[in-house]
Design a protein around this ligand. Structure first.
Ligand SMILES: Nc1ncnc2c1ncn2[C@@H]1O[C@H](COP(=O)(O)OP(=O)(O)OP(=O)(O)O)[C@@H](O)[C@H]1O
Length: 256
């Protein structure tokens, strides 16, 4: 099977600082990989490089495009990459404000993504927006309200609807449950897990929360100082960590 994403020797320096160093992994269709590590370990840098938000210093990010098979997204033209970001990719930010348009209604936030990929029929767009608000457990009575009137959890669910409405094949998530109350986090995690499973999504999830990867990720990559120090099946890595740093991560959670 061709990986949907194949990352090869990806490195990013910030001047003399290492952001991430020599990262290699493949993600297969329908698979969810979690990237964990303490603050500053390079998770966001790696995610940003893969999603085209940051320019890596070296390496390749091969994405299995629908039309032409694997292409290095780092060598695509900007319009090509933007099109990919609209059609095949989704990016869920930690802070919903970074992923939503706060001055546009909830329905508009979902609908405008459909319009960006060519939808024109107002009735259809509205119907799909209603459907997606329902899927993320937002009452359709709130469709004309702005996200600024929503709770943090609702905003995050709306951001997810906005991202998934176009049927992406690959979702990047940056601390999707960060900054939310614990009870709200649990509900959001359940919702995300159901959506990922039902839609057969491939996903890369960056988090420092091992509970998030335990629930969502099939495989895990542990990062320290910009490098991957351990990879494996999530349960295997968490239940029987091999690297001293992973052992520390796991035991520090158990002590909480
Ligand atoms: N814009 C920047 N300029 C210089 N150094 C940076 C910049 N962004 C990140 N770094 C450095 O790169 C390394 C990796 O940072 P990164 O933000 O990717 O880690 P992280 O694991 O995502 O951390 P966090 O969980 O706190 O977001 C750190 O040493 C950081 O100081």
């Amino acid at each position: 099977m061709t990986p949907i994403l194949d990352v090869r020797n990806l490195s990013k320096n910030y001047g003399r600082n290492i952001g991430c160093m020599d990262v290699n992994f493949s993600l297969y269709p329908g698979e969810v990989i979690g990237i964990v590590g303490e603050s500053g370990s390079g998770k966001s840098t790696l995610l940003g490089c893969m999603a085209g938000h940051l320019r890596p210093s070296a390496g390749e990010v091969l994405f299995d495009t629908r039309a032409e098979g694997p292409r290095d997204v780092l060598r695509m033209s900007e319009p090509e990459r933007r099109m990919l970001a609209r059609t095949d990719w989704a990016f869920v930010h930690q802070n919903p404000r970074d992923g939503l348009r706060m001055t546009v209604s909830a329905g508009g936030n979902v609908g405008e993504r459909l319009m960006a990929v060519g939808a024109r029929h107002y009735g259809d767009i509205r119907a799909q927006a209603v459907d997606w608000l329902g899927r993320v457990e937002i009452s359709d009575a709130r469709i004309d309200d702005r996200p600024s009137t929503f709770s943090g959890g609702m905003q995050q669910r709306l951001q997810i609807a906005r991202n998934l409405v176009t049927g992406p094949r690959l979702v990047f998530m940056d601390e999707p449950t960060g900054g939310l109350d614990v009870s709200v986090q649990a509900r959001l995690l359940d919702l995300l897990r159901a959506l990922v499973r039902d839609m057969g999504l491939s996903a890369v999830i960056v988090t420092h929360d091992l509970a998030v990867v335990r629930l969502l990720a099939d495989r895990l990559m542990v990062m320290k100082s910009g490098r991957v120090v351990e990879t494996g099946l999530t349960d295997q890595v968490l239940d029987d960590p091999q690297h001293a740093y992973t052992q520390l991560l796991v035991s520090s959670v158990l002590q909480v």
